[in-house]
Design a binder for this molecule. Structure first.
Ligand SMILES: CC(C)(COP(=O)(O)OP(=O)(O)OC[C@H]1O[C@@H](n2cnc3c(N)ncnc32)[C@H](O)[C@@H]1OP(=O)(O)O)[C@@H](O)C(=O)NCCC(=O)NCCS
Length: 326
């Protein structure tokens, strides 16, 4: 048994922030951001009504509706999130309650930064392949704007908020989950965010109540344009498929259009096989891949039987690639 996508859904926050909006309070411009990143606008969550947990719920509801199943059939929920509104309970438990899944449904979250959705996917597939799940929800939900430093023009312009979800059904005819996951804790210092905590009366100074992303952009860029093409090549060798002839679309983490273009060039694959929506959503971390998959399905650009490579990268450092049949 392997999990096959039978439903997709996303939640996009209502508020749109354009590059020109940033230029009103930062020393930046639409021209600079567009040229260096491909981003024109991103959606920013309302911090009262659009939290990572509530966005995860909305995306999950849409994915279940798209799958045409009853929520009581869901027996596993794994949510990827790096920017949660809750430390406990897990967001997956919040989703379980909101969609009306039964108590026979296992729930937990994973944090693998931007590649979180792919990490959640591989976790869910392991449950399905060992006979421990028949219908699983795999979710990515992020409120990056909670952790962006809006005085740092090198990072805040990159990120957006949103959520995406997939329902996976155990399928005896599907090929096994084929993937490679890699990490480099030693290189983790170039992309970090410390946890916030409450001040306490035993400590007079040094506490932190606010925290934000720290990023060495150029280092992260070099890491991505080196490791992403390499892991995709390694994936094709490990599972004996041809990148030119055996892949319909390359679904990459939407972090920077130049990273995606450089990956296409290094692999020698036409750029039009790398769909992008970064221009409208920015980098939505672990939500970026399921948001893109949902959009492609709605636009009729992915159809059952199509062969996809999913690849992602981010803090950790972590990066991974999967070869799947949609
Ligand atoms: C962040 C990123 C867009 C910066 O682009 P870059 O071409 O590497 O630019 P640099 O950081 O070298 O900065 C070049 C100059 O632009 C300036 N700059 C940075 N952000 C700017 C902005 N928003 N507007 C205008 N100028 C900006 C820098 O201050 C620097 O100025 P200086 O030369 O006077 O010092 C790019 O490095 C990147 O996308 N990296 C990957 C980040 C990423 O994907 N992170 C998430 C991974 S999941």
């Amino acid at each position: 048994m392997t999990g096959r996508i039978i439903g997709l859904g996303s939640y996009i926050p209502k508020k749109v922030v354009t590059n020109d909006d940033f230029a009103k309070f930062l020393d930046t411009s639409d021209e600079w951001i567009t040229e260096r990143t491909g981003i024109k606008e991103r959606h920013i969550a309302d911090h009262i009504t659009e939290k990572p947990s509530t966005m995860a719920v909305e995306a999950a509801k849409k994915a279940i509706e798209d799958a045409g199943i009853d929520p009581s059939q869901i027996d596993l929920i794994v949510t990827a999130c790096t920017t949660p509104d809750l430390v406990i309970p897990s967001m997956s438990c919040v989703v379980q309650e909101a969609i009306g899944a039964t108590e026979n449904c296992g729930c937990f979250d994973v944090n693998s930064a931007c590649p979180g959705f792919v990490a959640a996917w591989n976790t869910v597939q392991s449950f399905i392949e060992t006979g421990n799940s028949k219908y699983a929800l795999c979710i990515g939900s992020e409120c990056n704007s909670n952790f962006a430093n809006f005085q740092d023009r090198g990072t805040c312009i990159l990120f957006g908020d949103g959520a995406g979800a997939a329902v996976l059904k155990a399928d005896g005819t599907a090929k096994p989950n084929q993937f490679i996951m890699r990490s480099s804790g030693a290189r983790g210092g170039c992309l970090r965010c410390e946890a916030a905590r409450q001040p306490d009366r035993w400590e007079e100074e040094g506490f932190k109540t606010a925290t934000s992303f720290y990023m060495q952009g150029r280092e992260v860029f070099k890491f991505a344009v080196t490791e992403v093409p390499q892991i995709i090549k390694d994936l094709s060798e490990k599972f004996s498929f041809d990148l030119e002839n055996d892949v319909d679309l390359f679904i990459l983490h939407q972090a920077n259009a130049r990273i995606i273009e450089a990956t296409a060039k290094k692999l020698g694959i036409p750029r039009d096989r790398f769909p992008m929506n970064i221009m409208n959503y920015g980098n939505a971390s672990s939500a970026s891949i399921p948001m893109l998959l949902t959009q492609l399905k709605q636009e009729g650009k992915i159809k059952p039987g199509m062969k996809l490579v999913m690849a992602s990268f981010g803090a950790g450092l972590t990066w991974d690639a999967n070869y799947i049949v949609y």
